[in-house]
Design a protein around this ligand. Sequence first.
Ligand SMILES: Nc1ncnc2c1ncn2[C@@H]1O[C@H](COP(=O)(O)OP(=O)(O)OP(=O)(O)O)[C@@H](O)[C@H]1O
Ligand SMILES: [Mg+2]
Length: 495
Amino acid sequence: MTKMGELWTQMGSVMASMMFAYAMFKQFFPDDLGNILEKYTQKLVGYVYPYIQISFDEYTVEFLRRSEVYSSIQSYLSTKSSTKAKRLKAHDVKGSKALVLGMDDNEEVTDEFQGIKLWWVSMKSASKKSSFSFYPEYEERKQYKLTFHRRHRDIVMGSYLDHVRQEGKAIAVSNRQRKLYINNTGKGAKWSHVVFEHPATFETLAMDPKDKQSIIDDLMKFSKGKDYYKKIGKAWKRGYLLYGPPGTGKSTMISAMSNLMNYDVYDLELTAVKDNTELRKLLIDITGKAIIVIEDIDCSLDLTGQRKKKKKQEEEKDGDEKDPIPKKPEEEETTTSKVTLSGLLNFIDGIWSACGGERLIVFTTNYVDKLDPALIRRGRMDKHIQLSYCCFEAFKVLARNYLDVESHELFGTIERLLGETDMTPADVAENLMLKSDTEDADSCLKSLIEALEAAKVEARVKAEEEARKKAEEEAKLKAEKEEKEKEKSGNSKDK
Ligand SMILES: Nc1ncnc2c1ncn2[C@@H]1O[C@H](COP(=O)(O)OP(=O)(O)OP(=O)(O)O)[C@@H](O)[C@H]1O
Ligand SMILES: [Mg+2]
């Protein structure tokens, strides 16, 4: 920096401090006198003072809404001030994981960006509460003031302010508590939420490491893809179809996705949505950075409806046997959803679905073949992920998680047995859990081997039983056919 530049920078610092001292000083004058004083002082300062000042009010001109920019600056400065400012203020911000440390009122923090120096001051001024006040609800006005040299105007306007907003938002997102939203609360088209605290991660998820990595890469590419989606003219969302037998980790993977991406989860219970209009209302309320989940999509709607119908029939049967009081017709009415396939397709990629951006839509099912092809075609459900029975690679992840074991003499036997029989990761995991103080890795692995052998025998018995039934049925059919042919030939002889 030139000598002149250094001089200006020092002067800027002095002037910023003077301005700050002046702002403090002004508070002691009556409002009118203070305003006149300010007008002339600013004129005078304008001649010799090459610095520009921008203020950011806490509340927007619509009065009641907290300014997003102010919040972003607050988050941005929280990281700067916690290392640089001497007086800090702790905020218990709603929805934030930890205390947010910010600058105390009237504290100054210096920032640097692309080699230029900038000064931030947090100000608080008391305004009289009058009926004509612009801030009827707030007696105190808070604002941040940014001061910088006028020759840096382009950098500040062109990129610094954007940088502050983006960084501030990112800090706020990483600090925020994630939420799990549900809609089946009987309150109509409304979401209710609890704090999302599922511990599953991709690290603890048992599956083939190559498949796992490709899913992680896909998700990370999506989360950084804002500009790419804009370029190709596509809404910033992606659909995942997770399918496989029960207990293979579909729901666990959704939690891992949320933990990886830092997204909220919206668990949509379609059967609790009255109709397509209600579905659209729910959609509009979903913010960005969200995973919209529809579990067991095959049972949620009458698109395929088999399991639902079966369930209903079972319920009716049970009801006949156990419950002497028949269900009221109104009760049934309220639980019946009129959401149609086209309503759901619209939800996934209609015009409204683009609002908010940065969303994943995840369907899970045990029966992928039963789904309507329109629902799961590429472009709607972009990635189809099959979660299957536990392979040896997946077992190794579980052994590491549950027993802290990387290798063991019994691994060979387990590898062979896993190749010969189907067992879900849920069942394998159950066997690897230490159930008492006397249990250790050896006993867990032995009990897993026993369970695998038992499963193998069971599968063989089942297969033999099925083969026997099939043979019996075939023999029966053959006998019937022969009988008919005999009858036929007997009849023709009679004639
Ligand atoms: N791949 C896996 N990795 C780690 N744990 C798993 C995995 N699959 C299942 N589990 C364990 O089994 C339990 C059940 O798994 P999960 O609920 O994810 O199965 P699912 O595929 O969603 O089953 P469903 O089709 O019945 O909903 C989980 O709590 C988890 O502990
Ligand atoms: Mg599940």
